[in-house]
Design a protein around this ligand. Structure first.
Ligand code: FES
Length: 357
């Protein structure tokens, strides 16, 4: 009898298989890639060193992405490894006859360019703001605007010490885009500077101390979502000492490759944030092939410009704009500058921004 030895699994498909599981049902995932009933085993592995992997549905309608490329390190589920099969991220041709018919949407008087399925681009400078002591607050993403898991607020702090803000029992993940100063989190001071991620624990409060003339600009993602910050009379002294790391600066040593793109986690469960993952990413001049995610996402464009595309609409995005992307919405982000796009995203549920289908 000839025994076939396979050293590497066969790539059944360059993308995962979206599947809704049934409670208590057993699923045998094909790890060899030879099965004709992908993503499930049909015994084709017999005679190879591969074995199928069992998973059991936890509840009816549980949504999973079974790995199709068979390169995952999180079998049987996709971990984003399929993005690295080719050297270039799967791209689309912006001038294809299909794409030429896509309507370009301009922002309305509130700075919103509405795309398909509740996805939108928001021009932050046009968003109304509420003034508090040395800080103004604008709502960029909220339940009212269709978000399920996160809200996002733009904060701009002028010289002096700001009002004390609290988002009650939500996790708060902040990004600094301009200016330098200090954030006081429930009694403890941290230096802050651009492209830094900041984490505020549930029930803590914070204020910004700005000693410069330049305003400090920040984006606060709140998960679970909140309608608005509460303004407190004084700073509570309830800093959660068990979670000492609160400011995370991008560090190119921890970058993850995704074909010709890069991403790096700033705030996530490593520092205690179990309700959101914040990452910084770099996209070269290109248009991604349309895809979806199982997570809800907000993006702040830090550098460069391009277009956010959904099925039948597209809107220009440029540094300073934000994008809200609902779960499962087909989209692609195009970078039009030769220097590419540089952005920061917050996702939930899920903690791996390279998982797409
Ligand atoms: S399909 Fe295999 S890692 Fe995503």
């Amino acid at each position: 009898m000839t025994v076939e030895i396979m050293e590497k699994a066969h790539i059944a498909k360059n993308k995962p298989f979206y599947t809704e599981l049934k409670k208590g049902k057993r699923y045998l995932w094909c790890s060899c890639g030879l099965s004709k009933t992908q993503p499930f085993c049909d015994q084709s592995h017999v005679g190879t060193s591969f074995k199928p992997v069992l998973t059991v549905g936890q509840y009816d309608g549980e949504e999973v992405l079974f790995c199709g490329c068979k390169q995952t390190k999180n079998a049987p589920f996709c971990d984003g490894a399929h993005n690295n099969i080719d050297d270039e991220y799967s791209s689309d041709y912006p001038n294809s006859s299909e794409n030429k018919n896509v309507l370009e949407v301009l922002a309305d008087e509130n700075g919103l360019a509405m795309l398909d399925g509740g996805c939108y681009v928001s021009i932050v400078a046009s968003v109304a703001r509420e003034e508090h002591e040395n800080i103004s607050v604008g709502t960029l993403i909220s339940e009212k605007q269709g978000a399920q898991y996160q809200s996002q607020f733009y904060l701009e702090s002028s010289q002096g010490q700001s009002s004390v803000l609290s988002f009650s029992d939500s996790h708060v993940v902040i990004l600094v885009t301009e200016g330098k100063g200090v954030i006081n989190i429930s009694g403890k001071n941290f230096f802050i500077a651009p492209e830094m991620g900041i984490y505020v624990r549930p029930n803590e409060a914070f204020c910004i101390k700005n000693t410069e003339t330049e305003n400090i600009k920040l984006f606060a993602s709140v998960c679970p979502s909140a309608e608005a910050p509460k303004i407190l009379d004084s700073m509570p002294s309830n800093f959660a000492e068990d979670y000492p790391d609160r400011t995370i600066k991008a560090n190119s040593d921890s970058r993850n490759r995704m074909a010709d793109r890069y991403w790096e986690v700033l705030v996530d469960k490593q520092v205690g944030c179990t309700m959101a993952t914040q990452f910084i990413g770099e996209i070269p001049e290109s248009k991604a092939l349309p895809h979806r995610h199982l997570y809800e996402e907000s993006l702040v464009i830090l550098k460069g410009s391009g277009y956010m595309w959904t099925e039948g609409r597209k809107a220009k995005v440029t540094a300073g704009d934000i994008i809200f992307l609902p779960r499962k919405q087909v989209h692609s982000l195009q970078a039009t500058d030769p220097e590419g796009l540089y952005l920061v995203g917050v996702i939930y549920p899920g903690d791996n921004p390279s998982i797409n289908y």
